[in-house]
Design a binder for this molecule. Structure first.
Ligand SMILES: *Cc1c(COP(=O)(O)O)cnc(C)c1O
Length: 330
């Protein structure tokens, strides 16, 4: 089966492409993790390839996870479980009821979606796991967002790909930018930097939801968990740059400038970006470079996927009757 063969072998390196649009006084490149050839790709697909190995080892027959059923993480998890012939059980906060393209895909993959109030998540997960064990089943639980060492490992690998690209192409990226959410992506990239002994490069996580104190703390903990005994020796606070300046009020929030950035990149590069993660982070990156007066550098932006959410963005952009008039074009 194609999907299993792909997960077994591991994904090929994702492309790095120079961008041609004008996004400020720097040279811009994009690493296309959205092109990972599994279920619309993205960082959740990259993480899933590592979780796949763990699930296989564990001999689990149910894959459990937590997350909004409209999330990229739940789409990928449900797809992987279905491909492996395992059932999938998603615990989802009932406060989040939006039906997006990801939701429909999750349903199509046959995942069981159990909703509960967000305050009862921990208890619900515990109860459900115990119920599966009582039935003689073995659940494997993936932390929300694909958090944990396998998720971190997948971005240490991405960092290695970046270092290889630099060597092959005689280029050095002064900055790496990406959308930072639950933190595993950033933790992996920073661990890669620390393990490969690169002192100079800056990795900037643009927070799409969390405030700085909490977001930073979670990334730092993941770095500690992954590096173990080497943490004290390798880690310095300045290695972790996590900014909440561009969160625009929190998860899913965006403004007209983000929307304009998405349209511009779609027009100039033919690359779709969603408004929750990638478009917001790309816009945040441009602002960050401007505000910090950073010029003439090589900048790598990691496209972390989320393509189904691009179509939800497009749906919201549809003009309502009368809008054309309101905009003075009627
Ligand atoms: C989940 C997600 C992120 C954030 O990744 P974390 O590892 O949770 O920080 C960024 N971009 C997209 C498209 C995502 O789905």
């Amino acid at each position: 089966m194609r999907q299993i063969a792909l997960l077994e072998k591991g994904f090929d390196k994702t492309p790095v492409e120079p961008l041609s649009g004008n996004y400020g006084d720097n040279r811009f490149f994009m690493k296309r993790d959205d092109m990972i050839p599994f279920s619309f790709g993205g960082n959740k697909a990259r993480k899933a390839a590592e979780f796949y190995k763990e699930i296989k080892k564990s001999k689990a027959d149910v894959v459990m996870t937590y997350g909004s059923n409209s999330s990229n993480h739940c789409r990928i998890t449900a797809n992987m479980a279905a491909a492996m012939g395992l059932s999938c059980h998603i615990i989802s906060p009932e406060e989040n009821r939006e039906i997006l393209y990801n939701t429909r895909l999750v349903e199509q993959f046959g995942a069981v979606i159990e909703t509960c109030p967000v305050t009862q998540v921990a208890g619900t997960i515990k109860k459900r796991k115990a119920a599966y064990f009582a039935e003689g089943k073995t659940p494997y639980f993936i932390t929300g967002g694909g958090h944990g060492n396998p998720g971190t490992e997948s971005y240490v690998k991405a960092y290695r790909e970046i270092a290889e690209y630099e060597k092959e192409n005689q280029i050095y990226f002064d900055y790496i930018f990406h959308a930072s959410g639950t933190g595993a992506t950033q933790a992996g990239l920073v661990c890669g930097k620390l393990l490969f002994g690169d002192q100079k490069r800056k990795i900037v996580g643009i927070s799409i939801a969390r405030e700085e104190a909490r977001g930073r703390q979670v990334v730092k903990e993941s770095i500690g968990e992954y590096l173990g005994r080497d943490f004290e020796r390798l880690y310095r606070e300045e290695d972790l740059i996590f900014t909440d300046t561009f969160r625009l009020g929190g998860y899913g929030q965006y403004n007209e400038d983000v929307a304009k950035t998405i349209k511009k990149v779609m027009m100039q590069e033919g690359i779709p970006m969603d408004s929750t993660y990638v478009g917001k982070a790309f816009w945040g990156m441009c602002r960050y470079l401007q505000e910090n007066d950073i010029k003439d550098k090589n900048i790598l932006f990691i496209h972390t996927g989320g393509t189904p959410l691009f179509f939800d963005f497009m749906d919201r952009q549809k003009l309502q009757p009368g809008d054309a008039k309101k905009q003075g074009k009627g």
